[in-house]
Design a protein around this ligand. Structure first.
Ligand code: MRU
Length: 348
C-alpha cells in the first residue's frame, strides 16, 4: 500500500509529491515549520493528507514546548495551530484536524497529564490511521456506484497520495476493482499542476488499473462519443447545501456530465464537510502563483510578464452532483436536507 505520510522518530515522513513521477523519495520534517512549507509547496497535498499533515505538524510543534502551566501551554499551542492554519485556505480538513488537536489538548489538560505533547502525538497518529480506515469504508460503500465494464473519468488526484493512504475517489475505484469489476479509468491531466498526469497516472500504473491519460480539454469530446460512463472526483470542502469545492476544472466536468446525462459523483469524508457554510459561495478559493501557469517545470510556456489568473479550486453546485460518497453512506441528491440529516447522524 502507498503510505503517503507517517510519523517516525518524532518526525513526519512524507512522499515528496513534487518529485513524482520521476523520483520516489521521502521528505522528513522534524520541525512544524517544515510541515507548513511542505503543505504550501504541495510536497503533501490533497485535502485529507493536508489534514493529517497539519495534525502531525501541530504535534511536532507541541514537542518543542517546555513544561509550563496549562494555560500557557494552550496559548502557545494555539499560536502554532494558527501558523499551520495559514498554510492553505480551501481544504476543510486542515482546519478540522487542527480543531480536533486543540480539543484533544483541552481534554488532556483537564486530566492534568504530565506530558500533553505525547498525547498530541498519539492523537495525530490516530488520525492518520483513521483516515485510511475511513477511505476503505468509503470505498466499500461507494463501489456499488461503479459497474463491471465502466469507463470512469477522474480529475486531479483523489487517491492514496491525497490521503494518508487508499484514497477517496480512487479508493472507490480501488474497492470496485478489488471486488472483481473490470474498470477503465480516464485520467484528466489537471492543469496547471498536473496532479492527474503526475500522481493519479502513477497510482494507476502502480496498481495495474487500466487507465488512459487525457488533457483536460478532451473530456467533452469523449463524453459525446459515449466513452465515459461515470465521473468520480474528491472534494476539498463541501458546504451545508452540498456545493463542493474541488480542483479547478471540476465544475466544467460536472456541467459536461449533466449535458451528456452521465452520473457525476464525489467521494469525501465527513472531515471535508463545512456545515457552517450556507452555500459554496462562502468557500475560500486559493489563488496560487503565476509561474504554475506561465512555466512548465521551469521552462517558459508564456511570454514573460503575462497577466495570469490561477485559482486552484472551483465550486460545483449541488444540483450537478448525482451523489456524495461518505464513510457513513451515499448521499443521493446531496442537498441541504440530506446534509442536515448526515450532520445529525454524527456527533462531530
Ligand atoms: O491542490 P491540491 O492538489 O491539494 O488539490 C487536491 C484536490 O483538489 C483533490 O481533488 C481533493 O483534495 C480531494 S482529495 C481526496
Amino acid at each position: 500500500m502507498i503510505r503517503t505520510l507517517f510519523w517516525k522518530n518524532n518526525s513526519v515522513v512524507m512522499i515528496d509529491q513534487n518529485a513524482l513521477p520521476q523520483i520516489e523519495r521521502p521528505v522528513v520534517c522534524a520541525d512544524y515549520r517544515q510541515v507548513i512549507a511542505a503543505i504550501r509547496d504541495l510536497t503533501v497535498r490533497g485535502a485529507p493528507a493536508i489534514g493529517v499533515a497539519a495534525a502531525m505538524g501541530a504535534a511536532l510543534g507541541a514537542l518543542t514546548l517546555p513544561p509550563q502551566p496549562p494555560e500557557a501551554f494552550r496559548d502557545k499551542f494555539q499560536a502554532i495551530c494558527d501558523e499551520i492554519a495559514a498554510a492553505r485556505p480551501t481544504a476543510r480538513n486542515l482546519f478540522w484536524a487542527l480543531e480536533r488537536m486543540k480539543k484533544r489538548l483541552d481534554e488532556v489538560l483537564r486530566g492534568q497529564t504530565k506530558n500533553p505533547a505525547a498525547a498530541l502525538v498519539q492523537e495525530a497518529r490516530r488520525m492518520c490511521a483513521e483516515d485510511i480506515a475511513v477511505n476503505r469504508e468509503m470505498g466499500r460503500r461507494g463501489s456499488e456506484l461503479l459497474s463491471d465494464g465502466d469507463h470512469v473519468l477522474t480529475h486531479c488526484n483523489a487517491g492514496a497520495l491525497a490521503t494518508a493512504g487508499y484514497g477517496t475517489a480512487l479508493g472507490v475505484i480501488r474497492a470496485a476493482v478489488a471486488e472483481g469489476k473490470k474498470l477503465h479509468v480516464y485520467v484528466d491531466e489537471t492543469r496547471p499542476v498536473l496532479q492527474g498526469a503526475r500522481l493519479t497516472a502513477w497510482e494507476m500504473k502502480k496498481e495495474k488499473i487500466p487507465a488512459t491519460l487525457i488533457c483536460d480539454n478532451m473530456a467533452g469530446m469523449l463524453m459525446r462519443q459515449g466513452k465515459i460512463d461515470k465521473v468520480i472526483v474528491g472534494a476539498d470542502r463541501i458546504a451545508a447545501n452540498g456545493d463542493a469545492a474541488n480542483k479547478i476544472g471540476t465544475y466544467a466536468l460536472a456541467v459536461l456530465a449533466r449535458a451528456h446525462r452521465i452520473p457525476f459523483y464525489i467521494a469525501a469524508p465527513l472531515s471535508t464537510f463545512d456545515f457552517s457554510l450556507t452555500t459554496g459561495a462562502e468557500i475560500p478559493i486559493e489563488e496560487r502563483q503565476a509561474d504554475e501557469v506561465t512555466t512548465f517545470r521551469g521552462v517558459a510556456a508564456a511570454p514573460q510578464g503575462m497577466a495570469v489568473y490561477n485559482p486552484a479550486f472551483d465550486v460545483t453546485p449541488a444540483r450537478l452532483i448525482s451523489a456524495i460518497v461518505t464513510e457513513k453512506g451515499i448521499l443521493t441528491k446531496p442537498g441541504r436536507a440530506a446534509i442536515a440529516r448526515l450532520k445529525r447522524s454524527v456527533a462531530l
